[in-house]
Design a binder for this molecule. Sequence first.
Ligand SMILES: [Zn+2]
Length: 616
Amino acid sequence: MAPNERPKRLTVSRSSKQGSEGPLEEISWDLTEIFPSTTDPSIQAAIDGASKEADSFAEKYRGKIGSLAPVDVRRCIQDYEALQVRIFDLDLFSTLAFQANMTLTDTQALHDRASKIVAGLNKELAFFEVELGARVSKERSLPKEASLATYSHALERLGRRAIHFLSESEEKLVITKDQFGVRAWEELQNRWLNTREIEVSVEGVRKTMSYGEANGLLHHHDRATRESANRSIYGTLGGSGEIFSFALRSICNDWVNVGDVRRYSSPMEASLIANDTEKGIIDGLLSSVEGHVELYRRYLRLKAKLMGLHKLGCHDIVAPLPQVPDLTYDYETAKALVTKAYVKFDDEYAAAVKDMLARRHLDLSPRFGKMNGAFCAPWYRGRSAFVFASFNGHLNDVFTMAHELGHATHDYYFEARQSYLNMDTPSIVAETASIFGELLMTDLLTGEAKSESEKMAVLCHVLDEAGMVIFQVTARAWFEQSLYDAIRRGEYLDYKGICRRWTAARDRIYGDDVEWFNELEAEWTMKPHYYFSNYRFYNYPYVYAQLFVYAAYERYLREGRAFVPKFKEALSLGSSKSPAEIGRVVGLDVADPSFWDLGFGRFEHFLSELEKVSKS
Ligand SMILES: [Zn+2]
């Protein structure tokens, strides 16, 4: 539940264009509501208090959870929650302070100390989940006990996970062996990738740069620069194909072996359990995407036309249109736009956005020593959240604000209603309000666009992002599945074999509508999530979330005001109900394979709008 724990928050990778028109005033967050400062004595007092409480919790419950009366199980869970809320504060404060200023000595020291203490406390408390899980997996009626009604779904989820737990000593051995075993392969990919030197021709000037810098050029306005960046990045990474394939092959084979020991029915099952969903639902989702590839290709063909090309090159898929303006926004305008978009949906719905802005819970200034990326971390005790991003005044930054403040809105709703254990929303649900916020922003910006080209810029931005999330990410899920299928058939996954499987999955999406550089066969080498050693299938939850929210938005447009209370209710549920049940609250049935068509309706709407503007 720590803010940096994956896969709690999926952040869609966005173009990280660096602008010179960043905000003038420093927009740093105010963390003093959690602790007064990184060196305040109250932090030590909180550590001492949590340690003492953890000791007495362990003394009271260790070895006994299996035989407690249901009402005492509830007391035990409540004690555990109270303790976790205290630990969460420590973890949150030290992590947020560090991520905003990673080079300051006091934030480094606190982060280092706190993360060791938090890890130690969680190790001491690990018996809670193991013992409770063992009990639920044996006593299937426990979640239905009236005294445990608040935790009913959390207990069912735990039971579903717990049947795959090994014994305590085996689990300890797995953790110990993984550290320099499969986790080392994950680490190797990361290190190797981030220590490559890439030579790119930037608007005609040859420059040597890091992988991260070169990656930022994939969205460059100059086509030749994009070509150079693409060829150079993937040519360089492909040159180390033996290393990447060795790492990926080892991780996938390890997953298959461990999955057999844990008695998973498929390599995807652990991810289905983590996402609180079912195979049939995800199969329906992915085949619906395959059934709609023509819709995406229609967009790609239109984009080629708008770019004056016979066919899109792989370096044009997410490129900005040459003829549209690079829209820029100052911070005051961005704040006003996000607030307006949320208020337009419903005044009360915008309460979290207003509160977050008023209490300065956002850290948006780019600065030396600040971590990359964007996220929103919930703060349960404060019934609030904290948003982290780097605002450079581009259209993309306005969408990031709308997205992250959507997470905050979601957090405010369920923190107000749910017990701590019920805020463990799976990835496929965690993105609901964030993507909804982007849709509110899209409607506002397209409605208020001052010119056709401004409207085109917004629509292309939205279709580029949605195209990647819905379609390209589906190809990644197929690719990952194909690796496991090959292992099961006893095939050896060498570098070229992995490349072939990637291009085959990719071409199921893009067909003949994109021209690919040969170097792009190595595209899979750089995706860190293929190498997450203990979390597989990081991909399809993005697809689910995007299409689910697109469908929800369609319902909103059809139902108008009547939709608003249902949506708020859905957000308030946190993880106390399954994603399928949450869908039903807003009138959506994810188990029906034809349901996903509704979400594609939104994609088609944006596409038709773009077709109209580009013709006029
Ligand atoms: Zn998100």
